[in-house]
Design a protein around this ligand. Structure first.
Ligand code: TYM
Length: 331
């Protein structure tokens, strides 16, 4: 595990994954496992911040793991595990909470958004970025592939690592985020001012496992604008620009060059739906195969947790020692 960069990222098991997760993050996860030492995690402890139903959380955690395998995470190349299986995450999170400032947490836009929408705001929702920093720093991570909405959390993680290193001596690798140029912020097809999020029954969200007819229908009904000019301009043409961004990301082009190919919205919508369906149909097929073998998913996760624990335990021990905590048992 030396010489190559370490990559770490995580995803919440809150319902099915959507096109934003895929284009903003998961495609980079898959790409990185070929040349880097990749560690990927289903972050079930993060999901607890909003008190999900226990049975749903269990099902969603296993479904998220199956989905990651279906999009192409290869357990022979990557370490794939569930966060709560490696208790070092929760333990280092406390040290992170003691390193991050109250004011820094209060400035997090995700906290502001989520707390505005919730009746009960848990302390865990507030300290969420400290747990996220723990996830990343435990693995001496160099690169964190994420969508644009995680930029602020990764920047805070860097600040936490630097502060800890200044206080206690060199302990953590300071990570960098990797955010794709196209697809970093996939917007809701019905409300292109909001990012696409996990309410899969919504007409604005495209699920990774959604049937192709439904995907096509959602793109056909996507909100555009009353002009009739295909131009990439997210500020004044958010709906059309979102379609261009999705098609560009799905086909490995830039949104501006894709725009040159279209004079009307109808063909742009149809081609975007086709490109997305081409991306999703093999994932759907693999998911159907994997779902029939839950034992295999459990085995992959157990092996991944063992591998992750070895790395995490060594980093936690270093952090404990440097911060002045005495050894757990006499040497
Ligand atoms: P989560 O579960 O909300 O999303 C998983 C990944 O998908 C990206 N993403 C998007 N990208 C583009 N357009 C969208 N509409 C869109 N929606 C989501 C996210 O940026 C993310 O990369 N806090 C994290 C999970 C986490 C984590 C970590 C990530 C916990 N610990 C450590 C990285 C490193 C989250 O809630 O992601």
């Amino acid at each position: 595990m030396t010489g190559v960069a370490r990559v770490f990222s995580g995803i919440q098991p809150s319902g099915g994954m959507h096109l934003g997760n895929l284009l903003g993050a998961l495609r980079n996860w898959v790409a990185y496992q070929h040349e880097h030492d990749a560690v990927y995690c289903v972050v079930d402890l993060h999901a607890l911040t909003t008190a999900p139903d226990p049975d749903e959380l269990r099902d969603n955690t296993l479904a998220a793991a199956a989905m990651l395998l279906s999009v192409g995470i290869d357990p022979d190349r990557s370490t794939l595990f569930v966060q709560s299986s490696v208790s070092e995450h929760a333990e280092l999170a406390w040290m992170m909470e003691c390193t991050v400032g109250f004011g820094e947490l209060r400035r997090m836009t995700q906290f502001k958004d989520k707390s505005d929408r919730s009746e009960f705001v848990s302390a865990g929702l507030f300290t969420y970025p400290a747990l996220q920093a723990s996830d990343i720093l435990l693995y001496d991570t160099d690169l964190v592939p994420v969508g644009d909405d995680q930029r602020q959390h990764i920047e805070l993680c860097r600040d936490i690592a630097e502060r800890f290193n200044r206080r206690y001596g060199d302990t953590f690798t300071v990570p960098a985020h990797v955010i794709p140029t196209a697809g970093a912020r996939v917007m809701d097809l019905q409300n292109p001012a909001d990012k696409m999020s996990k309410s899969l029954e919504s007409a604005g969200t495209v699920g990774v496992l959604e049937e192709s007819e439904s995907v096509t229908r959602k793109f056909k009904r996507a909100v555009t604008d009353s002009e009739n000019e295909v131009r990439y301009d997210p500020g004044t043409k958010p709906g059309v620009s979102n379609l261009l961004g999705i098609l560009a990301s799905a086909t490995g082009r830039t949104p501006e060059s894709v725009a040159d190919d279209y004079a009307q919205y109808g063909p742009l919508k149809a081609d975007t739906a086709d490109a997305v369906n081409e991306l999703l149909s093999p994932i759907r097929e693999r998911y159907a195969e994997l779902s029939s073998d839950p034992g295999e998913i459990a085995r992959v996760l157990a092996t991944g947790a063992d591998k992750a624990r070895t790395v995490a335990a060594a980093t936690l021990e270093r952090a404990r020692t440097n911060a002045g905590l005495i050894p757990r048992s006499p040497a």
